[in-house]
Design a protein around this ligand. Sequence first.
Ligand code: IMP
Length: 173
Amino acid sequence: MKVTTLISQEEISNKVNELALIISNDYAEKELLVVGILKGSFVFMADLIRNLSIPCRCDFVKLSSYGKETVSSGEVKMDLDISSRVEGENVLVVEDIVDTGLTLSKLKEILASRQPASLRVCAFLDKSSRRKVPVEIDYRGFEIPDKFVVGYGLDCDEQFRYLPYVGIIEEDS
Ligand code: IMP
């Protein structure tokens, strides 16, 4: 398998700074609960929160729909719930990539039912051409083409999460 760079480390760093600035302004004077979707978002979330100029609390959920395939099975299940109370909180969901939108819309539905004060989404990557269900993204890193990408937390069968850049994975021919 070959990985070709799509988004460089420098482009990522600039974008994370940009997003963190906007988010810090939007949530100034507010309590923020950042909820990362495991596993893919952990690298992005770690960089994002360290660039915020406001305090926040962090929690994680684990949702799965993929298994080992590179095509979504369409089924989303919650493997791990957050332990934080959501009612009355300003919740910011952090996702690595929005593909079909099924994962995010399921999580938004679950969290919305717990009556947060506000519920927004920050997604590092957006593959909007593959959307199956509409889902609003409040803070978006990069729009990307319909290619399977890895790195910066994203994996292919648990490989490549450690790459500091985002690359397109190509099967050897
Ligand atoms: P969705 O429910 O189809 O939007 O899928 C979202 C999840 O699928 C992400 O959180 C990723 O874990 C995974 N995913 C979708 N596209 C890719 C990709 O190109 N590379 C790695 N993981 C992906």
